[in-house]
Design a protein around this ligand. Structure first.
Ligand code: PGA
Length: 240
């Protein structure tokens, strides 16, 4: 049985008071709940039943990398997870699949669970190359040492992030089935990896998305910032 997970990515936003409200509303969630706040909030955020993660880590353990944070430093601050390969990092910081694989390895070495993001652009979608693009991202960005214990896959169509648009449920089902097949071909424990959907997940579409086969939860941006928005998504997942 794959344990479901509701993950929030606060990006460069968020307030610790919302986390307190979330702890209060969901003291004993029956699904995994993860919040990835800005790195400066991680140390204070660590309490209660909600796991805390970073939004990125550097691929090296230490060194002359101004402004970067290592996976080990995230662990020291209290993180158990780290997002790697988010499309905003791929775009803003020119991260390639090769770099993302290095970051995932750095996460494993530090004992973090990597939430590894993949997703096609609107251009890919229009060209009909979505599955090819996703297959290539999985092949290159996932290290051979990935396991269902140390890695969670997040499928996030770039065109669905922050836009209020989501793929059809049939499209989500097709992609998640594809990812599951790729994982089972490559990894002995491929059936056990959790695969999250991300991109404009809200309380009002969460239930239908969570009902799709091979959707083991969500990676949520905007709707994770407020406990009043994220709480119902956690509830929807618990009821799924
Ligand atoms: P969104 O972001 O929920 O605001 O679309 C999702 C993400 O970027 O992880």
């Amino acid at each position: 049985m794959r344990r479901k997970i509701a993950a929030g990515n606060w990006k460069m936003n968020g307030a610790l008071s919302e986390l307190d409200a979330l702890y209060a509303a969901h003291p004993t969630p029956t699904v995994d709940v993860l919040i990835c706040p800005p790195a400066t909030m991680i140390a204070q955020a660590r309490k209660g039943a909600i796991a805390i993660g970073g939004q990125d880590c550097h691929e090296a353990q230490s060194g002359a990398h101004t402004g970067d944070i290592s996976a080990g430093m995230l662990v020291q601050a209290g993180a158990s997870h780290v997002i790697v390969g988010h499309s905003e990092r791929r775009m803003d910081h020119h991260e390639t699949d090769v770099i993302i694989a290095q970051k995932a390895r750095a996460a494993y070495q530090a004992g973090l669970i990597a939430v590894l993001c993949i997703g096609e652009t609107l251009q890919d979608q229009n060209a009909g190359t979505t599955l090819n693009v996703l297959g290539a991202q999985l092949a290159e960005a996932m290290p051979d040492t990935a396991t269902a214990e140390n890695t969670i896959i997040a499928y996030e169509p770039v065109w669905a992030i922050g836009t209020g648009k989501i793929p059809t449920l049939a499209q989500i089902a097709q992609v998640h089935a594809f990812i599951r097949t790729e994982l089972t071909i490559r990894f002995d424990d491929g059936a056990d990896f959790r695969i999250l959907y991300g991109g404009s997940v809200k309380a009002n579409n969460a239930t239908e998305i969570f009902a799709v086969a091979d959707v083991d939860g969500a990676l949520v941006g905007g709707a994770s910032l407020k406990a009043a928005d994220f709480g119902p998504i956690i509830t929807a997942l618990q009821n799924a």
